[in-house]
Design a protein around this ligand. Structure first.
Ligand code: ADP
Ligand code: MG
Length: 700
């Protein structure tokens, strides 16, 4: 039976309207979708309490009781319905704030009910707010279920009474309809080897646990399988790529690299930088094409690593290029790299949207005949007219700003693919990296250059803005500079721009009379104007930069020592971390000040607390993953691989992930193309699950 092809619309209890609600809200259409919509928690309904046993400390409980004194009290917003529930041992109050008519029609005084909810003390009286009530005789079968599933529901679903309870009923109806026939998705030998529960048993237990132990086994089976297939798919790409493709061989270390290393290196490399360069060298010398992700926190010195690898390419007779997501960044890279190479014969060029036609023509020619050795640029590098004589290494900085398609274009410029190094400062938790980038090799710079003082981070309420300005003033007097960043979040863009402009005026009104000037940078400025404002700040002509997050990526002004983030509660963790990374680049003590309104949601508070507690990008990324779930982590949407996990949770299931990786690797080592008979099931499943065929050539 093909569960993916059966529409839930025709199940008893669903129907047209609910089916479309389920499709809209949760993307659930088929039996299979529904079966994999798993509970987010379970409630123990194995025990029946008496009223006298209840107190305000208990979690969700159930009692068997009669209900009387149903009445509406209060008016308007205060209006509520109350009733008394009682058994032989005592009484308590039930309270509802909506659904009055329905309740009145449901409750009759002589019947016994199964009442389920969270008891609490209110005015020294015990009550339950919005209890679930069911006539006891009808609920008897459910009451016997020890552990009961609770499903996530949306506001819209709740409004249409599409509750957790109803979902549970729908699940039960599916099991009735298919009569236990759920096709197995793993081969029997594999199930045995890994001691797994069979799929039909696992799915049944995940919705209707027969015992806590069965539930645990069911969860394990489903999570393991989910992660296993993701890994099998992605590692297969890697195994196949390594088997199929040659790469340019960077066999020797020559004059370019050595001359730079021994005579022009501005500072000793950190151990982490050395290790990463070794990893890259080994990779580029292997004869296979390199596809490597270089992760390193902001300020960890990725540019220098990139430069040294590019020199390695030159030493072996190849050209190299580095591509940045914005013109500001490309200019900055060009300046940094030209400065470092100024006493060497290496030829470095810059190609961006603003490069003049004449210069552009010269550049194109020099690229074609090989005189131009290192090209720095923006998307302009991707234009069809750009042809390299012999490109050996492509470095892509700040990868998440580049779409997959753009990378693909660069890729296709050569018959033998160049080595690709993708650099990102968005630390991705290891578990997520394994899932998203399992087909790439990963290098990590996990160490900052010496002498950096960690940025001190404060959380300050908006009411104390005057004191923050005083603090900025103190730093400016020492000759330092400050960023003040405003949120720009598309839903209310107009209002955001107004806030930004008002903020700018407020800052200028305070600081201009003190003899300081202020730059402003935001997305609505023309590129030339933006660059001019940035330039003035970077050269110290202006002391304060008021900006939106356009400065988030890569900008380097070592003299800036203060980062003030307005309405910090509106930023995500990774953004806050990126912004903070703009300061603390010089030798001075730097500060990050997170301004918020006094009222904070729980999640906002946790984000702010995380920021004040640690400077470690990976710790922050882990916290982010736990708070938001992987779907939202910045960069993953554009990674080219979506990762919609139905059962597993990358924040919590790291151990299971490791087991899944091991299992997948063991299979691929013996059968990289999944062609052996015993691996038939795997091949079929991979094809079915990953329909959108990912072409590894286009992912970097
Ligand atoms: P990111 O990894 O964020 O791109 P950069 O490459 O911009 O970091 O480096 C940040 C700063 O650290 C630069 O000013 C760079 O010159 C400096 N830097 C890089 N490597 C070292 C090192 N080994 N020792 C001292 N400073 C370094
Ligand atoms: Mg950088």
């Amino acid at each position: 039976m093909e569960l993916a092809g059966l529409n839930i619309k025709f199940l008893p209890g669903v129907g047209e309207k609910r089916a479309s609600l389920l499709a809209e809200e949760l993307g659930i259409e088929s039996y299979e979708d529904m079966l994999y919509y798993v509970p987010y928690k379970y409630i123990d309904r194995s025990r029946l309490y008496t009223v006298s046993e209840l107190d305000g400390q208990l979690p969700y409980i159930q009692v068997k009781a009669k209900i009387t004194n149903l009445a509406t009290v209060g008016t308007g917003k205060q209006m509520r319905m109350t009733a008394t529930a009682y058994d032989d041992t005592g009484a308590l109050e039930l309270v509802w704030f909506k659904g009055f008519k329905y309740l009145a029609s449901q409750i009759s005084p002589d019947k016994e009910y199964l009442i389920f909810g969270k008891p609490s003390m209110f005015n020294q009286k015990l009550n339950i707010v919005h209890p679930e009530i069911d006539p006891y005789d009808e609920a008897a079968d459910r009451q016997l279920v020890g552990v009961q599933a609770v499903y996530p529901t949306t506001e819209k679903m709740k409004k249409s009474y599409l509750t957790s309870k109803l979902i549970s009923k729908i699940q039960a109806n599916i099991f009735k309809a298919i009569n236990g026939k759920i096709p197995e998705t793993l081969p029997a030998w594999f199930i045995k080897r890994h001691n797994l529960m069979y799929l039909h048993e696992a799915l049944h237990n995940i919705h209707f646990p027969e015992s806590p132990d069965n539930l645990r086994q069911a969860q394990y089976r489903l999570k393991f399988e989910e992660l296993f297939y993701i890994q099998l798919n992605i590692l297969k790409l890697k195994f196949n790529r390594k088997a199929a493709f040659r790469g340019h061989v960077f066999g020797k270390v020559g004059a370019c690299f050595n001359d730079f290393y021994f005579h022009h290196l501005p500072f000793p490399l950190t151990d982490a930088q050395k290790r990463v360069i070794r990893e890259i060298r080994a990779d580029c010398g292997s004869g296979k094409q390199m596809n490597r992700l270089l992760q390193g926190d902001v300020g960890s010195g990725k540019t220098l690593v990139a430069l040294m690898c590019m020199l390695l390419a030159l030493d072996n007779g190849y050209q190299a290029c580095i591509m940045a997501p914005t013109e500001i960044l490309a200019n900055q890279h060009f300046e940094t790299i030209s400065e470092m190479l100024k006493d060497t014969p290496v030829n470095v060029g810059l190609l961006t949207g603003s490069t003049k036609k004449r210069d552009r023509d010269t550049l194109h020619e020099e690229l074609r005949d090989g005189r131009m050795q290192i090209l720095v640029g923006t998307h302009a590098l991707l234009e069809d007219v750009v042809h390299f004589k012999n490109i050996g290494l492509v470095v892509i900085d700040e990868q998440h700003r580049f779409g997959v398609a753009q990378r693909a274009k660069l890729w296709q410029k050569n018959t033998v693919p160049p080595h690709v190094l993708v650099m990102t400062a968005t630390p991705i938790p290891r578990t997520l990296a394994m899932t998203l980038y399992g087909d790439l090799d990963v290098s990590v710079i996990d160490q900052l250059p010496p002498g950096r003082k960690p940025v001190t981070t404060y959380h300050v309420y908006e009411s104390k803005r005057a004191r923050v300005y005083e603090f900025i003033h103190k730093e400016l007097r020492k000759g330092r500079q400050a960023y003040i960043v405003y949120p720009l979040i598309s839903e209310s863009e107009k209002m955001d721009y107004r806030n930004l402009e008002e903020g700018f005026e407020q800052v200028a009104a305070f600081f201009n009379p003190l003899g300081y000037t202020v730059s402003i940078v935001h997305g609505k400025l023309k590129a030339a104007e933006k660059d001019e404002q940035m330039r003035r700040f970077a050269t110290g002509e202006t002391q304060i930069l008021v900006a939106t997050t356009v400065i988030e990526v890569g900008v380097n002004v070592p003299n800036a020592s203060i980062m003030v983030i307005e309405s910090a509660q509106r930023f995500g963790l990774s953004q806050l971390h990126q912004l903070r990374g703009r300061v603390g680049r010089g030798a001075e003590q730097s500060y990050c000040i997170l301004m918020t309104s006094p009222k904070l949601s729980n999640d906002s508070r946790k984000r702010i607390e995380t920021m004040t507690a640690t400077n470690d990008g990976f710790e922050i990324a882990e916290a982010d993953l736990k708070l938001r779930g992987p779907g939202d982590i910045e960069g993953t949407q554009q990674s080219g691989l979506t990762c919609n996990l139905r059962v597993a949770n990358l924040g919590r299931d790291g151990l299971i992930l490791n087991e899944a990786i091991q299992a997948a690797t063991a299979i691929l080592e013996n059968d990289p193309f999944l062609q052996k008979e015993e691996n038939n099931t795997f091949a079929t499943q991979v094809k079915r699950l990953f329909k959108t065929k990912i072409n590894w050539r286009y992912i970097s």
